[in-house]
Write a protein that binds this ligand. Structure first.
Ligand SMILES: Nc1ncnc2c1ncn2[C@@H]1O[C@H](COP(=O)(O)OP(=O)(O)O)[C@@H](O)[C@H]1O
Ligand SMILES: [Mg+2]
Length: 307
């Protein structure tokens, strides 16, 4: 039994420290490693993946706390490493497929739609003409749209297509040749807010309301956090979203319109929880580590039974 667990991250920070403490509390050592430093090593008699510090024996599991951005080739190989580890029997948490499905807002939206989980109307297209037609049609019908970068996070590049704002050009850094358009959900002009629900293993373990100073409510942009009981219809919707993208744990963003209807905005597979930790009692890092370690145990014993 290997008591060392790689935590993939390029920036351990506060979250890394919390995870390290939570692993230590269970007798494990968390080792911070960048996915950039891992390698495919496909020689005869080699296991195939080299993780620094784990050359002799692959770990039982890895905790993914960050997949660094890069060129398309670099990102694909970083994900290849996660997929390959899963294929080699290493428990990857969250696994590469779940990270792919959720980092890509288009696939998340599709899966929510497919599974009848309430989410705002969304359109994704490359053609500027098609995007133009959608925006024109929706605006004429009195509806407002938002445009988001496909791989965005922390509210960066999320914009409302207001009347009079020039139509975003494909070269715009946040458009990057792709239009992800979504119906704007009005949570209350001047009292903007949305909800974040933290789901671990099919259970809503914590939730908060985020009050933004504008309509983009991310904590990274100054959204103020307030405790929200992790129960009732908001929790149920978050669980349905987590189930739709098949994920071990996630942070689900949910917004309520003025008529009281709830919509899932996105699912985060590498969510920050510093803001949430400030308003809930449960130790989120410990809950994550315990779920992860519990899954290691069960999968190892399952493998033992199969063998
Ligand atoms: N369709 C929408 N209607 C209203 N507000 C939205 C919509 N989409 C995003 N927002 C606001 O912008 C924030 C960031 O959007 P989100 O989809 O969560 O992307 P990010 O990955 O950047 O967090 C949300 O938390 C919410 O406050
Ligand atoms: Mg978000």
């Amino acid at each position: 039994m290997n008591r060392r667990i790689p935590v993939f991250t390029d920036d351990p920070g506060w979250h890394g420290k919390r995870l390290q403490q939570a692993f230590a509390a269970r007798g494990y050592e968390a080792v911070f490693i960048s996915l950039k430093d891992c390698q495919l090593n496909l020689q005869p008699n080699e296991v195939g993946i080299k993780i620094p510090g784990f050359e002799d024996r692959l770990p039982d599991g890895v905790f993914v706390r960050g997949v660094p951005g890069g060129t398309l080739q670099q990102v694909i190989v970083r994900l290849d490493i996660l997929h390959a580890l899963t294929m080699l029997g290493v428990r990857v948490y969250n696994d590469g497929r779940a990270i792919e499905r959720t980092v890509d807002k288009a696939m998340t939206s599709f899966l929510l739609h497919l599974n009848a989980v309430a989410t705002p109307s969304t359109w994704v297209c490359e053609s500027r003409e098609q995007a133009h037609d959608i925006i024109l049609r929706e605006t004429m019908a009195g509806r407002t749209l938002v445009i988001k970068p496909l791989f965005g996070s922390q509210g960066q590049g999320v914009r409302r297509l207001e009347h009079g704002i020039p139509f975003p050009v494909p070269m715009d850094e946040h458009v990057d040749g792709l239009y992800y358009l979504q119906g704007y959900v009005d949570s209350g002009e001047g009292v903007w807010h949305d909800h974040r629900v933290f789901v671990i293993n099919g259970r809503a373990v914590g939730a908060m309301v985020r009050h933004g100073s504008g309509w983009v409510n991310n904590v990274a942009l100054g959204g103020r956090c307030e405790f929200l009981p992790a129960s009732g219809e908001i929790a149920d919707l978050a669980l349905a979203a987590a189930c739709a993208v098949e994920i071990d744990y996630c942070g689900v963003d949910i917004i309520r319109d003025r008529q009281g209807r709830l919509y899932v905005l996105e699912v985060n597979s590498i969510p920050a929880w510093k803001g949430l930790q400030g308003v809930v009692d449960i130790d989120i890092a410990q809950a994550l580590v315990d779920d992860f370690l519990g899954k290691l145990g069960s999968e190892q014993s399952m493998r033992a039974v199969v063998l």
